[in-house]
Design a protein around this ligand. Structure first.
Ligand code: SF4
Length: 179
């Protein structure tokens, strides 16, 4: 199974209730052999409409932060813990993200085999490494099942609270140095 085949399967997925609220499945995009993978929470309105991850306001900010850290967005693989937009942008539920991770994200991680995985926001951090309170653990590196993870603030949080932005930028630089 390669990423293209997995993406094709996901495009018709009805394995959890989130298929009812989506327009497009947002599988992910970027280099298939990326050294860095970024994983967010879920598609929002713009992502649902375009089928691409992080294309709205927070996506624009994320692109700027990536660039400021000396990285190219196109060299990174970007996706989310669920591939379908939850209605009214609610948080994905455990049943939903567990199913989606098992079906798709875990395979994406294996196929891409990145050096380090940046988890954007509390939902991704909790779903992948079981930790809470990103304010305390952001910028820390965790090894789990032979993979290296780092927690970062979600760019949407930095848009909402600009005080988080300098720290998000610092953590992205840390992430770039972790490969
Ligand atoms: S969120 Fe994931 S598991 Fe649920 S329907 Fe979409 S692709 Fe399938």
């Amino acid at each position: 199974m390669n990423l293209r085949a997995l993406s094709k399967i996901a495009s018709n997925c009805i394995q959890c209730p989130l298929h009812e609220s989506r327009t497009n499945v947002v599988f992910g995009e970027g280099r298939i052999d990326a050294d860095i993978m970024l994983i967010g929470e879920a598609p929002g309105k713009n992502e649902d409409e375009t089928g691409k991850p992080f294309v709205g306001m927070s996506g624009k900010l994320l692109s700027e932060i990536i660039s400021e850290a000396g990285l190219k967005r196109s060299d990174i693989y970007i996706t989310s813990i669920v591939k379908c937009r939850p209605e009214n942008n609610r948080n994905p539920r455990k049943l939903e993200y567990s199913k989606c991770i098992n079906l798709y994200l875990s395979n994406q991680i294996e196929l891409i085999n990145p050096d380090v995985i940046g988890l954007l926001g509390n939902s991704a951090v909790y779903a992948l490494i079981g930790k809470k309170n990103i304010k305390q653990i952001h910028g820390e590196t965790y090894e789990l099942n032979g993979r290296k993870y780092m927690a970062l603030f979600h760019p949407a949080a930095a848009l909402y609270s600009r005080a988080l932005l300098p720290q998000l930028k610092k953590d992205m630089i840390k992430l770039s140095n972790a490969i």
